[in-house]
Design a protein around this ligand. Structure first.
Ligand SMILES: Cc1cc2nc3c(=O)[nH]c(=O)nc-3n(C[C@H](O)[C@H](O)[C@H](O)COP(=O)(O)OP(=O)(O)OC[C@H]3O[C@@H](n4cnc5c(N)ncnc54)[C@H](O)[C@@H]3O)c2cc1C
Length: 541
């Protein structure tokens, strides 16, 4: 567990004077882009017991809009609220959503097959078996003064997203290329005060005749600037020839390009969209791109997808990625746990154990008469060793065999008999029931599940009148915003069982009494700087 302490402490240190150590994380799937498409894929994969790390830099395409329309079941919700709901849904399955930006992805060959190394700003990386590209597109807004500032409010592109709210208003379509006329019939149906401002070369007399015949006014000219009031509402358009058009809203059809620069080194390219208005990434019916193992979903594959469709496509692609991973595993007769691989990797370097037991363990357990103890997420075993030296009969459980091997070696060196067991706290019956006078979990990184399986497994392992002692970091510093252009998070604490989750389960449980649940300054020891813990101590009745 001391490695967990160490690792989280690194995260705590972010933003402080000393340098942050970079981490290499391991997952089945790295999803780049954590909006509708990416989170849709992540939800499927999390529910297929895949370890998933989503990286998101916080700039979804519709972020300038105040409301999201046309999403069945959530019509009118602010876009950020949908993302917040979806993030909580995926985190409940242990899917991590890291704030950060992917800079580059490269292919790496390992003994057990091909992997992708995803490099994040600030130096952290994620090594994954599959990639889902869900980075969306960039709308290349025409360079008209004042236009970008009103984008998503008075300046829009999609009649399905904004049309109803703009019905009966004076709408001007600023047409800078032929595709801009594509949605004219829809806008005309939404308002009888429609104007098209088109570059003269786009004006075909026959088309103009048809439009004017339908009551649309057509003006030949070039927009110079958009006039807005102090509140950012559109007032009209100044033309290059000095004319002024009064308008309540402006519709444009900007060319688009997918956000795929980080994947260029993999050979991922974009091809022309059928509309000729931009480019997108081609995929097969499973969502796989021309680069094997790299999938794509959402606007990056088709800019016409609204949020619901982007989420739906992501969901489908997530399912296809799950199939492809499961097929590989079946062929290798393997049921891999990337979560185990992640921890084994972390224990492959020099030992992380500070050599000291956790101060809170010492404070809480010192006065207890020794009995049987289970240390969950024991890692390299600083606490298990301390308990054994105090006369406890200790079982040390961890998902990482490498961590346990180190613990075992240390225990033998000290002549201690510690029972080391590789166990996944989320697995089937991971711990002996009702057997331990003390079950401790210190900074144990156990992925969350909606049914709190691991919490029940730990609680069930406690004997009558026994104690469950759970300590985690105060997560507040790890949730503070960061600037993804320079730094990324290495770890998402909200994808893991939190001390507060344990408190929630046990405080409503007739068989338990929560004796203590508090935030505390960590006693001196492993921590090199000022940090807080959250401590929970509960007794089985
Ligand atoms: C102004 C406007 C208003 C809209 N209104 C609506 C509406 O009302 N209803 C509707 O259904 N649709 C609306 N849309 C369309 C909607 O924006 C898209 O359907 C939707 O955003 C597509 O989802 P996506 O997941 O494919 O991409 P996005 O939502 O664009 O998400 C891509 C994500 O990838 C992340 N990302 C990109 N590159 C990286 C990187 N290198 N590293 C890490 N993260 C990265 C971004 O931060 C972003 O969060 C609107 C669009 C616009 C432009």
């Amino acid at each position: 567990m001391s490695h967990h302490t160490h690792q989280h402490s690194e995260d705590h240190s972010h933003g402080q004077a000393h340098a942050q150590r970079t981490m290499e994380r391991h997952a089945d799937v790295a999803v780049v882009g954590g909006s509708a498409a990416g989170l849709g894929a992540a939800l499927q994969l999390g529910r297929q017991r895949r370890s998933v790390i989503v990286v998101d830099c916080g700039t979804p395409r519709n972020s300038p809009a105040a409301h999201m329309h046309g999403y069945l079941g959530h019509d009118g919700l602010p876009p950020a609220d949908l993302i917040a709901i979806a993030r909580e849904e995926v985190r409940r399955y242990g899917v991590e959503v890291l704030a950060g930006r992917v800079e580059q992805v490269e292919q790496v060959e390992q003994v057990d097959g091909r992997r992708f190394r995803v490099e994040l700003t600030g130096g952290h990386s994620v090594v994954a078996r599959r990639i889902v590209v869900a980075t969306g597109i960039v709308d290349e807004l025409p360079e008209i003064e004042g236009l970008a500032g009103a984008w998503g409010r008075g300046v829009v592109s999609c009649p399905f997203c904004h049309g109803f709210e703009l019905r009966d208003r004076r709408i001007t379509i600023v047409a800078t290329h032929p595709m801009a006329l594509h949605s004219v019939p829809l806008w005309r149906h939404l308002t009888d005060r429609l104007t098209i401002l088109a570059s003269p070369e786009l004006i075909d007399e026959e088309v103009v005749g048809r439009l004017r015949g339908a009551g649309i006014s057509v003006v030949a000219g070039e927009a110079a600037s958009i006039a807005t009031d102090d509140g950012g509402n559109v007032l009209g358009i100044e033309l290059r020839d000095g004319q002024r058009l009064v308008a309540d809203a402006i519709a444009v059809a900007p060319p688009f390009r997918p956000r795929i620069a980080p994947f260029a080194s993999l050979g991922l390219t974009a091809g022309p969209h059928p509309s000729d208005a931009g480019t997108c990434v081609g995929v097969d019916e499973t969502g796989e791109t021309a680069v094997p193992g790299v999938y794509a979903a959402g606007n990056v594959t088709d800019p016409s997808l609204q949020v619901l469709n982007a989420a739906a496509q992501g969901t489908r692609v997530g399912a296809m990625v799950a199939f492809s991973l499961a097929d590989d595993d079946l062929d290798r007769a393997d049921r891999t746990s990337s979560n185990q691989a992640d921890w084994d990797h972390r224990y492959s370097g020099s030992p992380m154990w500070s050599g000291n037991p956790n101060g809170t363990l010492v404070a809480e357990v010192d006065a207890m008469p020794p009995g049987r103890a289970l240390d969950v997420g024991a890692g390299e075993g600083g606490d298990a060793v301390w308990l054994a030296e105090r006369g406890w009969r200790v079982t040390a459980a961890d998902i990482s065999q490498r961590g346990l091997d180190r613990l075992d070696a240390e225990a033998r060196r000290r002549g201690l008999d510690i029972d080391c067991r590789r166990a996944d706290a989320n697995g089937r019956d991971p711990f002996e029931r009702g057997a331990y006078d003390l079950v401790s979990a210190f900074y144990a990184s156990i992925p969350r599940t909606p049914d709190d399986r691991a919490i029940h497994a730990m609680a069930d392992a406690v004997a009558a009148s026994g104690t469950l002692l759970v300590v985690g970091h105060d997560l507040t510093p790890m949730r503070s915003p960061i600037d993804p252009s320079v730094a990324s998070r290495a770890f998402d604490p909200d994808a893991y069982v939190r001390v507060d989750d344990v408190a929630r389960v046990l405080s409503n449980h007739p068989g338990w009494k929560v004796e203590l649940h508090e935030r505390r300054e960590r006693p001196a020891g492993a921590a090199t700087h000022h940090v807080h813990d959250v401590v929970l101590r509960a007794r089985r009745r």
